[in-house]
Design a binder for this molecule. Structure first.
Ligand code: NDP
Length: 329
């Protein structure tokens, strides 16, 4: 028997509740690889799946945790043997499939990647889905022409998980980084990660009044969406790109098409969940190379399985700073 965070749903009230419980190997879903999980983390989606589900969880009881890193214990797939260190993000693990908030997880071999060279399992989860996605967002900007030296790159939701990692990576790559935050108290933290300018959320969170404003940003990693993304589109420099990663501020996009038509602005969609294997490897290699480990450490808070119900509520309220690493043991 081993520990897992189990979410149950009361059929009468429809309410869910999460608690650490003992489960056994027979309780785990059928799949090729059993992993002894070492670390997991807390992403926005985890907040939904620990709590009311947000339409993501298919059936209860459920074990959330959309990402984990650990050691293979058993495998019926030739690509993995016991003792291999592995990482998992995406594929709807922790939503449609039981996830990483457990001392053991059983998953498809296709969903795993080998632990990237140069990272420990703890560091891989300090990066986690949020950091992996931040790297995909930066890579997409680069693939569309972003190079240092042409002006500031904007990061929205900067003190959150995606935003913190994007800030540190962009600064390390030599970009000037402007960090948007609704939490002025995080200024020192964000400057420590390499931000050179702090933009107050209120400054940029208003509904679009003019479709085009001064050409200000040479790229943007956007974790917020909604009115902020709409506004940012009109502030991009000619031909610049925005990586749309998240919807912490809303799913609607109250924008006009004018920035696309008159300034050749590109809106790039970033999905980490179904990302093909080759690009996953490429992103993890870039993380190991371009994310300074001292900056990563500065973002990390440690937690245990028992802390997760509270942390799930906090992340949904935008109150988690940086990255949480969950030691499931
Ligand atoms: P966090 O909660 O850690 O970060 C989100 C940040 O957004 C907050 O810290 C806050 O930053 C800001 N924010 C929160 N609420 C609002 C609001 N109402 N208006 C403006 N800003 C707000 O979450 P993550 O970094 O883990 O995820 C960020 C987003 O990216 C989420 O929507 C998530 O679902 C999405 N995501 C998407 C992925 C993909 O594959 N596309 C993968 C991973 C995440 P501050 O306090 O600095 O203002």
């Amino acid at each position: 028997m081993f520990n897992a965070l189990v979410v149950e749903k009361d059929e009468d009230s429809g309410k869910t509740s999460a608690a650490v419980k003992q489960i056994g190997l027979d309780d785990l879903p059928e799949a090729e690889v059993t992993v002894a999980v070492e670390y997991s983390t807390v992403n926005y989606k985890d907040g939904l799946c620990i709590g009311p589900g947000g339409g993501l969880v298919r059936k209860y009881p459920h074990v959330p945790g959309i990402d984990f890193a650990g050691t293979v214990e058993e495998s019926s797939d030739a690509r993995y043997t016991p003792g291999d260190k592995v990482v998992l993000t995406g594929w709807r693990v922790g939503e449609a499939h039981w996830g990483g908030y457990s001392q053991k997880a059983r998953v498809k071999a296709d969903w795993l990647v080998p632990l990237p060279e140069g990272l420990s399992t703890r560091q891989a989860m300090a990066v986690g889905t949020a950091g992996f996605t931040a790297m995909l967002a930066v890579m997409a900007l680069e693939d569309h022409g972003l190079v240092p030296g042409h002006g500031p790159v904007l990061v929205t939701g900067a003190a959150g998980g995606v935003g913190s990692v994007a800030t540190a990576i962009l600064a390390h790559l030599g970009h000037e980084v402007a960090a948007v935050t609704g939490r002025p108290e995080t200024e020192e933290y964000l400057r420590g990660l390499g931000a050179t300018k702090i933009v107050a959320r209120e400054e940029i969170n208003e509904t679009v009044k003019r479709p085009l404003e001064a050409e200000t940003w040479t790229g943007c990693v956007d974790a917020v969406g909604g009115a902020m993304l709409a506004r940012v589109l009109g502030q991009m420099k000619y031909g610049a790109s925005v990586s749309a990663v998240g919807l912490a501020g809303g799913a609607a996009l109250p924008a006009t098409v004018v920035p696309f038509l008159l300034r050749g602005v590109n809106l790039l969609g970033i999905d980490s969940v179904m990302q093909p294997y080759a690009n996953r490897l490429r992103a993890w290699e870039r993380v190991a190379k371009d994310l300074p480990m001292d900056k990563l450490e500065a973002m990390v808070h440690s937690a245990t399985l028992g802390d997760l119900p509270g942390l799930g509520r906090d992340i949904l309220k935008g109150q988690v700073k940086g990255r949480v690493v969950v030691d499931v043991n």
